[in-house]
Ligand binder design. Sequence first.
Ligand SMILES: [Zn+2]
Length: 147
Amino acid sequence: MEPNLIAPCGMNCAVCAAYLALQYDVRSKGGKMAYCKGCRPRNKQCAFIKKRCPHGLLEGKIEYCYKCRDFPCVNLQKLDKRYRANYRTSLIENLIFIRDEGVDAFIQSEEVKWRCHECGETISCHNGICYNCHSEKLVGKPQYHWE
Ligand SMILES: [Zn+2]
């Protein structure tokens, strides 16, 4: 994991199902998942809030949403609610951690939080699957559930 994979909204792209699908090339194994190399590497800045941000998130003016005077805005709160309910992640808590402890400390905690207990590789927050151990579960329709 690296700082360039931490999106402005606090999402860690390294645990995203589409990022891991690309890293493990699940399509070559018969998976039908979307591929993404990460929000910042794609230079899209934000895959979720997009044009709903009036402070220039899309233009790269906001390094992290915690630096915005509207933090946490309504758009971020909605996204955070969805992530807390479904993906074992709070983007707002992530951002506060990054603000208070720094991005390197955040990455260290993420590497522990999402480490597969079987092989040490990374589990996706979106479907709970380790792509290294359980890539066969990704073949066919994408699955979004925790084991
Ligand atoms: Zn594993």
